[in-house]
Design a protein. Sequence first.
Length: 410
Amino acid sequence: MQPIAVFIILALIVGGFFYFGQLPKQEEIPQVQETPSQVQENIPPKTQTFLGAVGSALKPATKPTSEPAPKPETEPAPESAKKSTEAESTISVNTYIISGPEEGEVIDETNKVTFEFKAKVSPKETEGKITFETKIKELDEDWKKTSSQKRTINLPSGPKEYTFWVRAKIKDVIDQTPAKRTFKINTSPYFDKVKISSVRAETSSRSSLITLTTSLQEGEKINITGWRIRGREGSFMIPEGIEKYSPYYNPVPSKSIFIERGDIIYLSGGSNPLGRGRNFQINKCFGYLANYRDFPIPITKNCPKPTREEISHLNPCCQEFILRLGRCKIPEYSSNFRISRDSECVAYLNKNLNYGGCYRKYSKDEDFLGKNWHIYMNRDFIGKSLDTLYLRDQNGLLVDKYSYGCLICE
């Protein structure tokens, strides 16, 4: 029986070998243990040595779901096509300033500025007329339309900062980012209100003369004392003056010179016949002074004449003598015995027909003062060659400039 037992044992061993021949591959099993622990819990312990059993045990690890798998992320075709269509139909316009005051520029010799501008349209083949809208932020209430590519602006007098805007437009498309320039006007508040209207060079018979004219509003007054006029050859500061020149006492003036609408200011290079520094405003009696003073600036003789009613108490010869006198004429009666022997007539003539008598009688009239100021610089800096005069106010800001003369090669 022993041989039979041995045979059975051998048969079992051989059968087991064939049955369990893949057991050496159990070394690959630890790879299965890398799956989550909850998967391992579903693997029966007794089947862990069988690959088939391991494979079937891994299936429950995949979580069943009824949701469809997500599609790959791609840009929807209709939206892309839409954007492409919009891009083809979009018109853009950009505006550029090509000349005019630069950004931050300070302009101190004029209050007149000119801007030039242009536009660029995309696509280039876009049809339609380009127009522009401009605006001075501190001056215009709204945009100003124009088909021109230029705008000239006369800005108000006085120092101030301004911003100029311009935007182009084609069809219904407007530049949403207008071009702009910020700059400053630094002229005098009196710019364009007082001008150098003429300049006369000195000759052998007369002094040089600078004439200033005014363009002021009714009731407006400007103090010009302290203003300075300068040329290449020198300068002069406008001093104080005498508004009403008294026939009795006229010290060097200590009052500023105020000018009004329609006033004319004469600046003579000569000396003052009334005394140094006694610059004055003309009045309607000044013609009497011109009889015995040599004024470099001509004096208009327009003195009031006595009326018949005023002299009706005098004898007829005296009345006739007075009525025949010219305006501002100092009576000369020494050779006329009918007058010289008439004490009443002589008294009237000496009291009334001269600057003192005229001043006493008319100085309180509203129209006593004239529209001219006579200022004597007592120096000459006006030549015949090319030069430019600059008139500046008390703060050194430009009021006006004036070029004169001709080219002289010496």
